[in-house]
Design a protein around this ligand. Structure first.
Ligand code: AHR
Length: 502
């Protein structure tokens, strides 16, 4: 029998709402068809943005949306996406399927989308194939409120006031698709480019995101930070606010890719084990960051994470369209619990990607939309946003797995407190076995449960389709008892549970 021990008197920092962020790239049907359909579409929209999708993202309190890439970012030239739509340049999206990009979704459309979502903006600049001047002028175009060539151009294009750019990425994956650079070379380029990402408004600072490592590339983290921080005068510290980390959950590594929906017990556990690996990465990259930044001024931005499976049969391999099952819900639950518990360093994270690409929270087909199991986990976990992380640990649950190289902790959890309510999110990774969990608080108070929800599939392969959109969703959870303020619950196999306790 397992115990969940919570020390409600030990607050361990604030869980940045941005940990629950999303990533949207000009890739497949993420932007076109997924988020944006144009204002002449029959699909209900507001200024071209799909109403159903905007509403569904607002329901999970989307805090920040990263755009336009991804690999697309380092080939994107922002001027192609402004001004009269009919005259916008058409280009080839070389990374993703070689399709024509008509640039009908550009800076103004992105800002409109974020304003409808009421979320923060995270624009990723082009360092790989763009110039310093181009990057600098984009920031001026978006954020300068006075009289300048770029501010005038923005006004001419119909937007009088400057926008707020909350986060600006200075390149993406510059160790790979963003220019195949060495860390030292990128570090120097970062220093130069970021100099011209000007802060035009004192009360609306742009937080700069430096391109960090891919998975276990600790050498990259160390060398970029060394290039940016060693022998740099104190007053020039602060040239980066965040350092990114990209990690995708691939049960067997990059090759072979495995099906998103057809898996056995071994692949179930190997996937969950790969999801757990992100904690090692946070610890090890975090330790390198501590060396240069012991005060933890620089946040870790895990701005691409999620499962990466084989595309749905019959779909364009360059579009990365995959289905989403109870297994994805578990990956989301595990990952978000880990991010919460590392909120001292992890300040932002974006699931890849919002709609129709990789571990999406939403899938669309024409006018239809479904919420994936991952969307339901984001909705259950939304209470953690901006809450205080509480000290917690699970003991006695042991491990689950299908052999030595696929073992995972059976139960994971994270606990936070906001407005006097304690939120517990817990997942049972076992594919077959339930677990009884006794919740033990530090103080002997009489706690009561104000809300309890659970997500579990009838079968672990269950998914939501356009024909059967409600197969996997959260529901009221009743399998617990409260005696003398002590909560005992039964966590079914393959489940994600939310408890809200007062
Ligand atoms: O999310 C798909 C791609 O994965 C992104 O474009 C890139 O940054 C990463 O390699």
């Amino acid at each position: 029998m397992a115990k969940l021990i919570i020390n409600e008197n030990n607050e361990k920092g604030t869980i940045a709402p941005e940990i629950y962020g999303h990533f949207s790239e000009h890739l497949g049907r993420c932007i076109y068809g997924g988020l944006f359909v144009g204002d002449d579409s029959d699909i209900p929209n507001v200024n071209g943005m799909r109403k159903d999708v905007v509403d569904a993202l607002k329901d999970i309190n989307i805090p920040v949306l990263r755009w336009p890439g991804g690999c697309f970012a380092d080939e994107y030239h922002w001027r192609d996406g402004i001004g009269e739509k009919s005259t916008r340049k058409k280009m080839v999206n070389t990374h993703w399927g070689g399709v024509t990009e008509d640039n009908s979704f550009g800076t103004h459309e992105y800002m409109e989308l974020c304003s409808q979502l009421n979320c923060k903006t995270y624009v990723n600049g082009n360092l790989g194939s763009g110039t310093v001047q181009e990057m600098s002028e984009w920031v001026e175009y978006m954020t300068f409120d006075g009289m300048s060539p770029m501010a005038e151009l923005r006004k001419k294009n119909g937007h009088e006031a400057a926008w707020k750019v909350d986060y600006f990425g200075v390149g993406n994956e510059n160790w790979g698709c963003g220019g195949n650079m060495t860390p030292e070379y990128y570090g120097n380029e970062y220093r130069r480019y970021q100099t011209y990402v000007r802060q035009y408004s004192k009360d609306k600072p742009v937080k700069k995101v430096c391109c960090g490592a891919n998975s276990e590339d600790y050498y990259w983290t160390d060398d970029v930070l060394k290039t940016c921080y060693e022998h740099v005068p104190e007053d020039q510290h602060g040239m980066m606010d965040l350092l990114s980390l990209h990690y995708y959950t691939l049960p067997l590594g990059w090759l072979p890719k495995v099906s998103a929906t057809d898996f056995d017990a071994e692949l179930w556990y190997k996937t969950l084990r790969a999801a757990h690996h992100i904690e090692d990465l946070i610890n090890r990259h975090g330790a390198i960051m501590d060396k240069y930044d012991p005060g933890k001024e620089i946040g870790m931005s895990i701005d691409e994470w999620g499962t990466w499976f084989e595309v749905e049969p019959g779909t364009n391999p360059g579009f990365l369209y995959q289905q989403n099952t109870v297994r994805d819900a578990l990956v989301a639950g595990i990952s978000l619990n880990i991010f919460n518990k590392h909120c001292d360093r992890v300040k932002l994270a974006c699931i890849a990607q919002t709609v129709n690409v990789l571990q999406s929270v939403l899938l669309t087909e024409g006018a239809k939309m479904v919420k994936t199991p991952t969307w339901y986990v984001f909705r259950m976990y939304r209470h953690h946003q901006g809450a205080k992380l509480l000290e917690s640990a699970v003991t006695g649950a042991g491990e689950a797995g299908a052999g030595e190289d696929s073992m995972v902790p059976k139960i994971t959890e994270s606990v936070s407190k906001k407005d006097d309510i304690i939120t517990v999110t817990l997942s049972n990774q076992s594919m077959t076995d339930a677990e009884e969990v006794t919740v033990q608080f530090a103080e002997d108070k009489k706690y009561e449960i104000v809300e309890a929800r659970i997500l579990k599939g009838g079968d672990v392969h269950d998914k939501n389709t356009f024909e059967a959109p409600d197969t996997v969703k959260d529901e009221e959870y009743k399998d617990y008892s409260v005696k003398d303020g002590r909560i005992v619950l039964k966590a079914p196999a393959a489940s994600v549970i939310l408890l809200r306790v007062r």
